[in-house]
Ligand binder design. Sequence first.
Ligand SMILES: Nc1ncnc2c1ncn2[C@@H]1O[C@H](COP(=O)(O)OP(=O)(O)OP(=O)(O)O)[C@@H](O)[C@H]1O
Length: 253
Amino acid sequence: MNDSQSDFPQHGQDDALRLRGVSKHFGRPAVDRLDLSVKRGELYALLGPNGAGKTTTLRMVAGLLAPDAGSIEVLGADLATDPAGAKRKMAYLPDDPMLYAKLKPTEYLEFVAGLWGIAPAQAEPRARELLDWLDLSRHAHELTEGFSRGMKQKLALAGALIHAPQLLILDEPLTGLDAAAARQVKDLLLAHVKDGGTVILTTHILEVAERLAQRIGIIQHGRLIAQGTLAQLREQSDGGTLEDVFLHLTGQP
Ligand SMILES: Nc1ncnc2c1ncn2[C@@H]1O[C@H](COP(=O)(O)OP(=O)(O)OP(=O)(O)O)[C@@H](O)[C@H]1O
């Protein structure tokens, strides 16, 4: 996608993300001894019914929530012992990203870049490129308070990408986007993976998982109940669409 990402490691056997026995309880288990690995250069979709533990899992990976048990490794950096090293390599986009209403996109991206210690001379072309990619350039000098939900979502994604992270962690990144915006975001994610980067995302839009993901994991009651390519998941079920497979595996009518 750009020069700053050309030093990504080549596709290899290494995992970009590795969770081992990760648990989180809120009175009752939200995530329950979860083992999950995502390979470098892979787009992995995490599916599950409401309340299955998807967001809790991603928030722990992003370092926003401490696991009660287990370990999380991001591109070789242990999140517990090297949180700064792990966080530098990843970006997290929550499902309800927060922006600063009184900033323009260029100012917002400059601000986020500053938090990462990126010099303005380096940040500015990267910001311009991201705004172009997401078709926000013509709004670059407008206050974000006037933005639609989809525009805010795209700007938040640009902010998450400003430090050229290798691992993207995205919670419902396509919800609320119109067809054109969804296409821009999907293209950006596919380009990231093509460049050797890694994506893990949650979605309730099964067509997104079906079309984008190399592997799909299904989580229920905080545990991974199935994982594989769409073809492999179909084999574990009675075939059919991903919706049929999902409903079958999660025991829903
Ligand atoms: N901060 C919290 N305090 C108490 N319980 C929580 C908290 N966060 C999550 N939970 C509970 O943990 C469980 C998993 O929630 P989580 O948000 O991870 O599910 P999810 O799979 O992302 O669901 P959805 O698809 O509805 O977004 C739910 O039972 C939820 O109520």
